[in-house]
Write a protein that binds this ligand. Structure first.
Ligand code: NAP
Length: 260
């Protein structure tokens, strides 16, 4: 385990799973650096975090798809807080669409945010950790879509499968001093999921369909997802290259038509 006090960078911290993870980390005494593109949104979450002894939390605007923004953000994080010992890559987008309507622009945006953004942040933070001989931990947000194919999710599934490959490669290369793991949730009640349900034209029916396809019969909360993310990041000291499904059984428990 890395020594306290911890400083953890969380991308996608203005909303959903990233915000819940930042809140849980702060509640456990971590100094948190919150990253998102929307200054007001990420600052609002930061202002709601409890004060901790290790120093003030910080909110930074950064588009994780843009290499120069990532390198500038990580340089200022190191200047402000010192080299962080934790990184949670929760920034992500999802725009489901039938394959024949999937534009190159949407494909590229999904890959750039979910996969390239995770790579750029991880590379910059891990390089800082290694140069400073800091033992650290990186937690990536995958998805059930990392592990299975889903109609209308070609770009998202490709990006999230890529996050698993990236995680495993980094885990092998950065051991023994930096652990890298990936959490693969099923449906989680966040603005991302709500937007996907709205796109169907009948969000109430789409919500019921989500419940019906999950063996445990529920949509997870952002808080319980953050709980697993923080466990993998901080407590699971023998885990690296691990792919943890937290999906109510959608990828691991065969769910036939007569199961319920
Ligand atoms: P969310 O509520 O939509 O939050 C996404 C976050 O990512 C926001 O804070 C957004 O902030 C940030 N973001 C998006 N593009 C960015 C960029 N280019 N640079 C920096 N920040 C960016 O989504 P969520 O449901 O919490 O999802 C969090 C992660 O979990 C994602 O990787 C998602 O794929 C994954 N996941 C979600 C579910 C689910 O059902 N909700 C299931 C499995 C996996 P700004 O817009 O302000 O930049």
């Amino acid at each position: 385990m890395t020594p306290s006090p911890h400083t953890t960078v969380v991308t996608g911290a203005s909303s959903g799973i990233g915000a819940a993870t930042a809140q849980l980390l702060a509640a456990r005494g971590h100094r948190v650096v919150l990253i998102g593109r929307n200054h007001d949104a990420v600052t609002t979450i930061k202002d709601g975090l409890p004060d901790i002894e290790a120093g003030p939390h910080h909110a930074l605007t950064c588009d994780v798809t843009i290499p120069t923004q990532v390198s500038t953000a990580v340089a200022s994080i190191i200047e402000i807080t010192g080299v962080p010992d934790g990184l949670v890559n929760a920034a992500g987008i999802c725009s489901p669409v039938p394959l024949d309507e999937l534009t190159p622009e949407s494909w590229m945006a999904t890959l750039q945010t979910n996969l390239t953004g995770t790579f750029l942040m991880s590379q910059a933070i891990a390089t800082g950790m290694r140069r400073a001989a800091v033992s650290g931990s990186i937690l990536n947000l995958g998805s059930e879509a990392s592990l299975i194919g889903m109609p209308h999710y070609a770009a998202y599934c490709a990006s999230k499968a890529g996050v698993v490959g990236l995680t495993r490669s980094m885990a092998a290369e950065l051991a023994p001093h930096i652990r890298v793991n990936v959490l693969c949730p099923g449906p989680v009640d966040t603005p991302m999921l709500r937007a996907e349900l709205e796109m169907t034209g009948d969000p109430a029916a789409a919500w019921e369909a989500e419940l019906a396809r999950v063996p445990l019969g529920k949509v997870a909360t952002a808080h319980e997802t953050a709980d697993a993310a923080v466990w993998l990041l901080t407590t699971a000291t023998n885990a690296t290259g691990s792919v943890l499904s937290l999906d109510g059984g959608t990828t691991g428990a065969f769910y036939g038509a007569n199961s319920r």
